[in-house]
Ligand binder design. Structure first.
Ligand code: B12
Length: 312
C-alpha cells in the first residue's frame, strides 16, 4: 500500500520500468505526476501510481501504449488503495453494470460470490424468457463489460472472469444443442488466429440455433491456414471471423478467405478488434449481434430462394 507521494525514481523502481519510460508516458499520454508543491519536483500520488500500474500491465500484455493509456486514464485510480480481497465473496467489491436492470445487478453479485449455480440459473432463465439477443445485450454484455472495467482498475477478478465465461459458454451451448437446425451448415464461425475471446461468437451460434439456422463453429485461435482449409472443404456461404483486440485483427486473414476458389458470398469481420479502414473491399463489419444474425439470415434466405427451398 502506498500513501506517500513518490519521486519518479521511486515509481520507476516500484513498477520495474525505466525513468525514461515514465517520462515518455507523461509526455505522450499525459500520465504524469499530479502533485505539485511550489519549488519542488512534481510527485506521483497513489492515484497516479495506480494508473501507471495499469499502463505497465496492459503494455506488458501487448496492448498498444495509446490504448493502454486510454484505459489507465479512465480508471478511477484506486487500485493500490483497494482492500485486500478476502474469502470467497469478492472482498466487498462490486461489478459496475451501468444502467442495466436488476437481473444484471443480481448476476454481477452472483459472479462476485463465484456462485456458479445462481449464475447458470440466471442466464438460463433469461435465455428461455427473453431469447439470445436480448439476454446478450441486456444481461451478459453489461456484466462482462463491468468485469473488464474492474480488471482494468484493479488487475483482479480473474477468477470471476473465468467462472463467468465458463457459465456463459455452458448456457449458450445448451441453447445451441437444443435448437440444432437440420440441413447443411452454410455459415462458418471462427475466431481469428490467437483470439481467445469466444463468447460473442458463442452468442451468435446460440442466436442462429434459436433462429433455426445451421452453422459450424471452429471456436478459438484458428490459424489462417486452418480456416482456409475449412472453407475449401465445406464451401460455406458466409464466414464470420471474430477479433476482440487489435492484436488478433490481421486483415490478411480476411484477404485469404476472399482468395479461395469457392469464395463465400459473405465474409463478416465481427468484433471490436477490426479497424474499418484496414478491411479488404468486400468484407462486411456488423455493429452488433442483431446485425450479424440478420446478415446470416439474409444469406440463408437468398440460398433458399436460389435452390427453391420452402421454409414455410
Ligand atoms: C471474458 C474475457 C476474457 C476471457 C474470454 C473467455 C471467452 N471464452 O471468451 C479470457 C480470460 C480468455 C480473456 C483473455 C484475455 N483478455 Co479478455 N476480456 C474478457 C471480457 C471481460 C469480456 C469479453 C466479452 O465477451 N465481451 C463481450 C462484450 C462485453 O464486449 P463489447 O466490446 O461490448 O462487444 C460489442 C462489440 O463487439 C459489438 N459487436 C460488433 N460486431 C459484433 C458481432 C457479434 C456477432 C457480436 C456478438 C457483437 C458484435 O457488440 C458487442 C456486444 O454485443 C473483456 C471485457 C470487455 N469489455 O469486453 C476482456 C477484454 C476483452 N480482455 C482483454 C485482455 C487484455 C485480455 C488478455 C490479453 C489478458 C491476458 N493477459 O491474457 C487475454 C487475451 C487473450 C487473446 N489472445 O485473445 C482486454 C482487451 C483490451 C484491448 N482492447 O486490447 C479487455 C477489454 C479487458 C480490459 N478492459 O482490459 N478475456
Amino acid at each position: 500500500m502506498v500513501d506517500e507521494p513518490l519521486s519518479a525514481g521511486a515509481v520507476a523502481r516500484r513498477l520495474g520500468v525505466a525513468v525514461t519510460t515514465l517520462r515518455t508516458w507523461h509526455q505522450r499520454y499525459g500520465l504524469g505526476p499530479s502533485q505539485h508543491i511550489p519549488g519542488h519536483h512534481r510527485r506521483y500520488t497513489p492515484a497516479d501510481l495506480a494508473r501507471l500500474e495499469i499502463m505497465r500491465k496492459l503494455t506488458a500484455e501487448g496492448v498498444t501504449p495509446a490504448e493502454a493509456a486510454r484505459w489507465a486514464k479512465q480508471s478511477p485510480g484506486v487500485a493500490v488503495r483497494l482492500p485486500a480481497r478476502t474469502g470467497r465473496d469478492g472482498g466487498g467489491q462490486t461489478i459496475p453494470v451501468g444502467r442495466a436492470g436488476p437481473a444484471a445487478r443480481g448476476l454481477a453479485r452472483a459472479a462476485m460470490r463465484l456462485d456458479a449455480a445462481v449464475i447458470g440459473d440466471t442466464i438460463s432463465h433469461a435465455l428461455a424468457t427473453d431469447g439470445v439477443i436480448a439476454t446478450w445485450e441486456g444481461l451478459l454484455r453489461p456484466v462482462l463489460a463491468g468485469i473488464g472495467e474492474r480488471y482494468v482498475a484493479t488487475a483482479g477478478l480473474i477468477d470471476v472472469e473465468h467462472l463467468m465465461s465458463r457459465c456463459v459458454s455452458e448456457a449458450f451451448a445448451a441453447v445451441a444443442h437444443s435448437g440444432r437446425a437440420a440441413g447443411p451448415a452454410r455459415i462458418l464461425l471462427s475466431c481469428a488466429d490467437e483470439e481467445q475471446h469466444t463468447l460473442p461468437l458463442e452468442a451468435l451460434a446460440a442466436a442462429l440455433a434459436e433462429a433455426g439456422v445451421a452453422y459450424r463453429m471452429l471456436g478459438a485461435r484458428v490459424p489462417v491456414a486452418a480456416l482456409v482449409e475449412a472453407v475449401n472443404r465445406t464451401g460455406p456461404a458466409a464466414v464470420v471471423v471474430w477479433s476482440h483486440t487489435r492484436l488478433t485483427a490481421d486483415p490478411g486473414q480476411l484477404s485469404a478467405l476472399l482468395a479461395v476458389p469457392r469464395r463465400p458470398l459473405l465474409v463478416l469481420a465481427a468484433g471490436p478488434g477490426w479497424r474499418a479502414d484496414t478491411l479488404p473491399a468486400g468484407v462486411v463489419r456488423p455493429v452488433d449481434l442483431a446485425e450479424a444474425v440478420s446478415l446470416a439470415l439474409a444469406v440463408r434466405d437468398s440460398l433458399d430462394q436460389s435452390t427453391g427451398a420452402d421454409r414455410a
